[in-house]
Design a protein around this ligand. Structure first.
Ligand SMILES: [Zn+2]
Length: 65
């Protein structure tokens, strides 16, 4: 049912602290990628984990962390 669903998640930018909304691909349980902040345009390192209950947890890091 949730397969391939896009989950909308709010995260705080590690650079400017603004809350930004990102869409997570719910079909992939472990993901890591870089996406530029929508506010300050600096590259945020996203680490995403989705468990069996489709609970999405997102951690964000500075590019160099
Ligand atoms: Zn930012």
């Amino acid at each position: 049912m949730f397969t391939n669903a896009l989950e909308e998640v709010s995260v705080d930018c590690p650079y400017c602290g603004e809350t930004i909304d990102v869409f997570i691909d719910g079909s992939v349980s472990e993901q890591q990628y870089i996406e530029d902040c929508q506010v300050c345009c600096r590259p945020i390192n996203f680490v995403v984990h989705i468990d069996e209950q489709q609970t999405v947890s997102v951690n964000v890091f500075h590019e160099n962390e």
